[in-house]
Design a protein around this ligand. Structure first.
Ligand SMILES: C[S@@+](CC[C@H](N)C(=O)[O-])C[C@H]1O[C@@H](n2cnc3c(N)ncnc32)[C@H](O)[C@@H]1O
Ligand SMILES: [Zn+2]
Length: 298
């Protein structure tokens, strides 16, 4: 139960207002949207948006019949609900990516941006994502690239101790990691993904450039440079499109959505809660959010 890695807890955080809204990050936001649009499949049945936060990018997933908006933070999910609306295509789930309560093979796509940089155990997280995906499903993953131009320059000028060319992840602040593209490629392959496209993003993430150059020009230049990531990304952010390879698990797009995190059994839906038929617990559906952070007592 407690043997999963630590979670970077955004409960009660002001991420939306302190980091995004009115904080001069329109360039980053727009370039991420453009990359996501380039990589998303034309459509599908069920997409899991993992670590969706306040749903900044969830609106981009409009080609899916259903979107699982999943995050560890209940307050983030409430903001997402306020932003995207309750019910309808969206299913809100409070859960840990290291212990996904979604049935194996239950999704035909997953998206995870600005999340894996908080994860100390990348292989474990990717195994969880792979398990919920049907064979052939797409997984769009964004990660923070340690081998970026700024880090290379700082290292060359001896302003930074860690080597951007070293393939091991660097934890520059507690639970904040940058990854080498070769490391991430290896982890994805080991988890059962075949990486197709890779885009290099956000080369112009510099205050001076963002102040001086028009936003539209920056986004256009960013779009032009994105495909260079296929060969070798030196940008701070990298988007990848990966396909779940192999025959397992079988697709389960029509079956029950939730599984017991203890035994894997499909959970029974009882209106206000979902229940493990083998007695491992009940998890609440509270104000439109399925809450797997803790089971209900009694
Ligand atoms: C930097 S925010 C990014 C949010 C959103 N993806 C975006 O780009 O706006 C990181 C999000 O990942 C979530 N997160 C971090 N670790 C998680 C975990 N182990 N399980 C589920 N969510 C997690 C946090 O709660 C937070 O909402
Ligand atoms: Zn169970």
């Amino acid at each position: 139960m407690n043997d999963t890695p630590p979670v970077c807890d955004y409960e009660g955080s002001g991420y939306r207002t302190d980091f995004w809204e009115g904080r001069g990050r329109e360039y980053e936001d727009l370039s991420e949207r453009s990359a996501l649009r380039r990589l998303l499949p034309a459509g599908g049945r069920r997409c899991a948006h993992l670590g969706a936060g306040f749903g900044r990018m969830t609106g981009e997933l409009s080609a899916f019949d259903q979107v699982i908006v999943l995050d560890y933070s209940r307050t983030m999910l409430r903001e997402a609900q306020a932003h995207l609306g309750s019910g309808g295509r969206y299913v809100y789930v409070a859960a840990d990516i290291y212990r996904l309560p979604l049935a194996e093979g239950s999704c035909d796509a997953a998206v995870m941006e600005r999340v894996i940089h908080h994860m100390a155990d990348v292989p474990a997280a990717l195994r969880q994502v792979r398990a919920i995906l049907a064979p052939g499903a797409s997984f769009i993953l964004e990660y923070a690239n340690k081998r970026n131009l700024k880090a290379i320059l700082r290292y060359a000028l001896r302003r930074q101790t860690w080597n951007p060319f070293d393939q091991e992840p660097v934890e520059f602040v507690a639970l904040n990691f940058d990854f080498h593209p070769a490391y991430m490629a290896r982890c994805l392959a080991e988890a059962g993904f075949c990486t197709g496209r890779r885009l290099a993003l956000s080369y112009f993430r510099l205050g001076l450039l963002k102040e001086r150059l028009p936003l539209r020009l920056l986004v256009m230049l960013d779009r032009l440079l994105q495909p260079t990531g296929q060969l070798a990304p030196f940008s701070p952010s990298v988007f990848t499109r990966n396909v779940a390879v192999g025959a397992h698990p079988p697709a389960a797009l029509d079956g029950p959505l939730f599984k017991c995190v203890h035994c894997g059994a499909p959970l029974r839906d009882e209106g206000e809660a979902v229940i493990c038929p083998r007695g491992h617990g009940r998890w609440a559906l509270r104000d439109g959010i399925y809450d797997f952070k803790e089971p209900l007592s009694g």
